[in-house]
Design a protein around this ligand. Structure first.
Ligand code: NOJ
Ligand code: MG
Length: 581
């Protein structure tokens, strides 16, 4: 805990490598004015909870003026606060209060696209001769077609949210590109004026004291020149055009430029964590190798894509070995050279507990604790999503009226238009959807769960009463108290920042076992990733004499002299030992 000055921010410029960053999705975190929507004053009032957890930083998802067509990731003004969230004054107070508690603040830079209500876009759209026309991607209809009619779209690219990535604008007789919702036109980063404007935005928030940025879909900011067709497979209407907008060469140039022109001139240098959809490990390493001067870390997706056949997801099925192998591949592939965030959930994913753990009352607490144990012992900045610290889960089901997310609603209507059975489609879309993570944070057992005194803008999670901060604070054995211990342990062990990662029981169907080692210190993590007990045998039986440093139960498993261990369902434990030669 800091002494109330900004100086803690000057210490340890690499803090983020082992840091725990708590993600706040402000609309669902804490509502200070009873309008049913979370706001910045609400976040401010809950900072003691975050300080008590022991996290290092808060990452705030967007709170900027926005029509909120994509949960605030459709920004209408990069340099202000939406009235529903408060004012710039509230933001300044929040930063001051966070810093006073030794918490850093990261904000979300959403610069691949703006909202269609941003004044840049309004200007760009006003006429073909607008000086800002080339700030976005405007294209005429395909030759020989009539604009606005099916088949006239400039190319065959699909939007991430389904359907064409092009929207017809009758006023100027051209289409604009939107890789996401129609309300989110893509900015043209090839235009140096756009990059200059983005740099001004970054400076604006640095001047207000922020400590870094999470950069939304930053690896999509370069598109193949000429925006060529992908080519449709038989039966396809739109093509996945990732090859034309993911990890294109100029992304690296643009990131370097931003570092050089703004970030490197700021002391201490702000941290940058870039969202990198479907990025391969080697590419991630390229972005985040400190020698490259691009990003500090990426947010990668391989491990949260394992149960999705497409973006609609086939649900929250659990594939422990696939998950664990994916994690291993990333830990190894970056090998302390590059950096990737360690996370199980976010505002875009179903709840980690429902998906990777087991929300059954018998296993819920222990599986939440097992997930946390592994997370806190992996290499890279940890992102803890609001509610994970108390073990929140997905609601049991979604009705159409309850859904709020534009992506889910769009998928639903496209699938039903295509002849899908509405109930089946709804079940799929609901289970896989982003609203699962956007139910209100549960603070206490009052009617609005302490989130609001009014009517919440979205349904509640339906979690049992003991899933709240108040019900768990100070209660031994609660998820919350365990998370605090796990975070403190992470902070106390340098081996968890820099130690080499080695897998111990490769291929074991359910046990995730790995070591983190420095020359003089070794840490062994064992976690049973299933709702049944298991016996396994460690190749190195000398762990039998190591110290139990963290365990999910009061009566942790012991390593026998022959290396055998019997783990209960979802039991996790961490052993430590010093090494001397
Ligand atoms: C990623 C964000 O996390 C998500 O919520 C949003 O829909 C897309 N980027 C588009 O901004
Ligand atoms: Mg409010």
């Amino acid at each position: 805990v800091s002494d109330g000055t900004a100086d803690f921010r000057d210490r340890d410029p690499q803090w983020w490598r082992s840091g725990v960053l708590y993600q706040v999705w402000p609309r669902s975190f804490s509502d200070s004015d009873g309008d049913g929507r979370g706001d910045l004053r609400g976040v401010l009032q809950r900072l003691d909870h975050l300080a008590d957890l022991g996290v290092d930083a808060v990452w705030l998802s967007p709170f900027y003026p926005s029509p909120f067509e994509d949960g605030g990731y459709d920004v209408a003004d990069y340099c202000d606060v939406d009235p529903s969230f408060g004012t710039l004054g509230d933001f300044d107070d929040l930063v001051t209060a966070a810093h006073r508690r030794g918490l850093r603040v990261l904000v979300d830079l959403v610069a691949n696209h703006t909202s269609r209500e941003h004044r840049w876009f309004l200007e760009s759209r006003s006429s073909r001769d607008s000086p800002l026309r080339s700030w976005y991607y405007w294209r005429p209809p395909r030759p020989g077609t009539v604009g606005g009619e099916p088949g006239a779209e400039p190319n065959d690219w699909e939007s991430r949210f389904g359907g064409s990535a092009w929207e017809w604008d009758p006023a100027t007789g051209e289409y604009y590109l939107h890789l996401y919702d129609v309300s989110q036109p893509d900015l043209n980063w090839a235009n140096p004026d756009v990059r200059r404007a983005v740099r001004d935005v970054v400076r604006f928030w640095l001047d207000r004291g922020v400590d870094g940025f999470r950069m939304d879909v930053i690896t999509k900011i370069d598109k193949t020149d000429g925006l060529p067709d992908v080519g449709l497979l038989p039966g396809q209407r739109w093509a996945d055009a990732s090859i034309h907008y993911l990890d294109r060469p100029r992304v690296h140039d643009y990131l370097k430029e931003l570092r050089r022109e703004v970030l490197d001139r700021h002391q201490p240098r702000p941290v940058t964590i870039g969202e990198a959809w479907a990025v391969p490990v080697d590419t991630a390493r390229g972005y985040t190798d400190p020698a490259a001067g691009e990003l500090d870390a990426v947010i990668s997706f391989d491990h949260v894509l394992i149960d999705r056949t497409d973006d609609v997801a086939d649900g929250a099925a659990r594939f422990p070995r696939t998950l664990l192998d994916t994690v291993v591949r990333w830990q190894r592939g970056l090998g302390g050279v590059g950096w990737s965030a360690v996370y199980w959930g976010s505002h875009d994913q179903p709840r980690a507990l429902s998906r990777f753990g087991d929300p059954d009352p018998r296993f819920r607490r222990d599986s939440a604790a097992a997930l946390i144990t592994v997370q806190m012992c992996l290499q890279g900045p940890v992102l803890l999503y609001q509610g994970e610290e108390i073990g929140m889960a997905d609601p049991p089901h979604w009705s159409l009226d309850d859904l709020r997310d534009v992506a889910a609603l769009r998928r639903y209507s496209l699938a039903v238009q295509d002849g899908g059975d509405p109930a089946t489609v709804l079940a799929r879309v609901g289970r896989a959807g982003r609203d699962n993570a956007r139910t209100p944070m549960r603070w206490d057992d009052s009617p609005g769960a302490g989130f609001t005194t009014g009517t919440a803008w979205i349904r509640d999670s339906g979690d049992p009463p003991d899933v709240s901060v108040q019900a768990q604070r100070g209660v031994p054995g609660s998820v919350l108290e365990f998370v605090k211990r796990a975070i403190a342990f992470r902070h106390a062990e340098p081996a968890l920042r820099d130690g080499a990662f080695d897998e111990v029981l490769p291929g074991h169907p359910t046990v995730f076992a790995f070591t983190r080692s420095l020359p003089d210190r070794q840490i062994l993590v064992l976690a049973q990733w299933a709702s049944e007990p298991v016996e396994c045998t460690l190749p190195d039986p000398t762990w039998a004499t190591a110290t139990v440093a963290l365990a999910t139960t009061d009566d942790p498993a012991r390593v026998g002299d022959d290396g055998t261990v019997v783990l209960r369902p979802w039991e996790a434990l961490v052993l430590t030992r010093n090494v001397s030669d």
